[in-house]
Design a protein around this ligand. Structure first.
Ligand code: ADP
Ligand code: MG
Length: 248
């Protein structure tokens, strides 16, 4: 499991996450939901030590992130990715194999085949020689995910993977995430749209600076919990499929 204890994160003295404590068991598809600015991206970044935490501890299967890093793949939110860097699709995917290479070894036939397999899994083989700057949003997201697959990780973090992509790409990614989970992988996905929550995830973390709720979708995705996270901004919107009372 991922064991998070007393996690606090600040940006220049302003607190972004307060005292978040939870244990996420491995082997689930976990949605991380909450309104804009709730600290969802911050939560992932703090877990992965992309940013510093003020206090708290995080362990992956009893290990520190420094020990466990190789088993983790991270797909950042789109605006955190540098698209100006000139690189073609297949080389981008190939870089996913680097962490598993021995020092001073260049990627060889085995790694290239692995990268090709990963491209096929998200149906981007025909884009192999394109510059990443020339891709659509959905194609690019699939490239970044293929790169994560090439890492052969056990735990996948994806930050808003469905934002700004086409329906075909979304379907391919959703099916892939399902396959990964069935293969016993752990998947954590920041997702701000509430409609597909029940379809995509089996557990959810509801955040708004603090941990509002965590658990199985069936008993955590309730109107009450969603209200406490999103506040009145949601008005009387019907949360389709959400348990608890509903309003017209
Ligand atoms: P979410 O991903 O849920 O939309 P974020 O984790 O990006 O939220 O942000 C949480 C809060 O921290 C927001 O108030 C945001 O403005 C602030 N924040 C995020 N990144 C930075 C940063 N690099 N510097 C200063 N404040 C930041
Ligand atoms: Mg975010």
């Amino acid at each position: 499991m991922i064991e998070i204890k007393g996690l606090n994160v600040d940006y220049f003295g302003n607190s972004a996450l307060e005292n978040v404590t939870l244990n996420i068991p491995f082997g689930h598809a976990v949605g991380i939901i909450g309104p804009n600015g709730a600290g969802k991206s911050t939560f992932i970044k703090a877990l992965l030590e992309v940013i510093k935490k003020r206090s708290g501890t995080v362990q992956f299967g009893g290990e520190e992130i420094s020990e466990y890093k190789r088993k983790i793949a991270y797909v950042p939110q789109k605006n955190d990715i540098d698209l100006t860097f000139p690189i073609i699709v297949k080389d981008t995917v190939l870089t996913g194999t680097y962490p598993n290479l021995k020092i001073f070894r260049r990627p060889g036939k085995k790694e290239r085949e692995q990268a090709e397999q990963c491209m096929a899994m998200v149906e981007i083989s025909d884009l192999a020689n394109k510059q990443i700057s020339n891709l659509s949003g959905g194609q690019l997201q699939r490239v970044i995910i293929a790169r994560a697959l090439a890492q052969q990780a056990d735990v996948f973090f994806l930050d808003e993977p469905f934002v700004g992509i086409d329906l075909v790409s979304e379907k391919i990614i959703v099916n892939l995430l399902r396959d990964l989970r069935e293969a016993g992988k752990t998947i954590l996905v920041v997702h701000h749209d509430l409609h597909e929550v029940e379809e995509y995830f089996d557990k959810i973390i509801i955040l708004n600076k603090k941990l509002i709720a965590f658990g199985d979708v069936s008993d955590t995705f309730t109107t009450e919990n969603i209200r406490s996270a999103y506040g009145s901004s949601l008005g009387n919107v019907i949360i389709r499929g959400a348990g608890g009372e509903q309003h017209d």
